[in-house]
Design a protein around this ligand. Structure first.
Ligand code: SAM
Ligand code: SF4
Length: 352
């Protein structure tokens, strides 16, 4: 066990985290899991090649999706018993799930839940930004990989760039803050977009995060050569705009490392899961839209909690099952080793 992990554990004992019956979800490597990503649907109105198949999408039958009441009960149990304090709603495309604002309202009533955020492709934000804001949501990540309409069509396999841009504007007008743009970076495709997004960030104050392309695509066409690494992206940006300096206070458990340019304009982050994995500091686990716990994005195994929620299982039983799943979490993903196996589900079905 590394010194950092021992320190994490030691500081937990000092803090007496068992107060009020709450015991955090700690795995065998000392990582504390307080961050849950909840997928509300596997459906989507885009077909991004790194995530979904173009055709013959096998969506889950609707009765298999967790109902909002089931999601809320699960989150409440996790917050009260395990110290989960951060929830991100995702999918598929979360805004295609009807009446999402009512889930947001209910989640925000859970005592102890400090942070609720949402990741969206932005297409439906022009219609929904005001409603989501009125429901109490404040933090949004909007995924957009390119500012070029042709490349957008190439990546998302739909024509929708204008709708996404209108969605970003609608979100800004509604009052969302911060708005972060997530851009998957792909070699031979999005190099030109790096500087375009940097210019956009410098001029509008929107934060941009570049994500290394991960092996989670339905069509299984991922190749290491297509990953544009953090270092290569930094080089391209620094050639154009000068030095990027780390933003003070980058959190260890944040998957992104954030930078700003020397003149203070623009904020750029990198999520470098392939070339600089952050597994040692991972604090996340996932609930799929059909009620399975995944202790890692790349896990081969899942733990069913939907059947427990639907059969009226005791809270203690649900907590025990989640604790066991977290205890079973592997030390890290194996993308960079020969034994790596791509997860059975593609990203839209896991919940990004
Ligand atoms: N539909 C919403 C969206 O696109 O923002 C939410 C779900 S999506 C699966 C969540 C995030 O995962 C998006 O930012 C998307 O770009 C990212 N993503 C999907 N597949 C990926 C892959 N193979 N590698 C890296 N990021 C990926
Ligand atoms: Fe849909 Fe998001 Fe996957 Fe793109 S990344 S196909 S928008 S779920």
């Amino acid at each position: 066990m590394t010194v950092t992990r021992l320190r994490t554990q030691a500081s937990l004992y000092l803090e007496d985290t068992t107060v009020a019956g709450m015991t955090p979800l700690i795995d065998q490597f000392g990582r504390v899991h307080d961050n849950l990503r909840v997928s509300v649907t596997d459906r989507c109105n885009l077909r991004c090649f790194y995530c979904m198949p173009l055709e013959n999408v096998q969506y889950l039958p609707r009765p298999e999706l967790l109902k909002f009441e089931e999601i809320c009960r699960f989150v409440e149990i996790m917050v009260r018993n395990c110290g989960v304090s951060k929830i991100r709603l995702t999918g598929g495309e979360p805004l295609v799930r009807q009446s999402l604002e009512s889930l947001i309202e209910k989640l925000l009533q859970i005592p102890g839940l400090d942070d609720l955020s949402l990741t969206t492709n932005g297409i439906l934000l022009n219609d929904q930004a005001d409603t989501l804001f009125a429901a109490g949501l404040r933090r949004l990540n909007i995924s957009l990989d390119t500012l070029d309409p042709q490349r957008f069509q190439q990546i998302a396999r739909r024509e929708a760039l204008d709708k996404v841009l209108a969605g970003i504007t609608a979100a800004q007008n509604a009052g969302f803050e911060p708005i972060k743009l997530n851009a998957v970076a792909i070699r031979g495709l999005t190099e030109h977009d790096l500087c375009a997004f940097a210019r956009m960030s410098r001029q509008t104050g929107v934060q941009v995060r570049f994500i290394e392309y991960m092996p989670l695509d339905a069509e299984r066409n991922w190749e290491r050569e297509k990953v544009l690494s953090e270092q290569e992206m930094m080089d391209i940006l620094q050639n154009e705009f000068g030095d990027l300096k780390p933003v003070p206070g980058n959190s260890e458990s944040s998957p992104a490392r954030d930078y700003q340019f020397a003149d203070g304009l623009g904020r750029i982050g990198f999520i470098s899961s392939v070339t600089r994995p952050f597994c040692a500091h991972c604090n996340r686990f996932r609930l799929t839209s059909d009620g399975k716990i995944r202790n890692c994005l790349f896990s081969q195994e899942e733990t069913d909690v939907r059947s427990l929620l639907r059969s009226g299982a005791e809270e203690t039983e649900i907590v025990a099952v989640v604790r066991q799943s977290i205890l079973n979490k592997a030390e890290g993903h194996e993308i960079n080793s020969a034994k790596f196996l791509q997860p059975l589900r593609p990203m839209h079905s896991i919940g990004g």
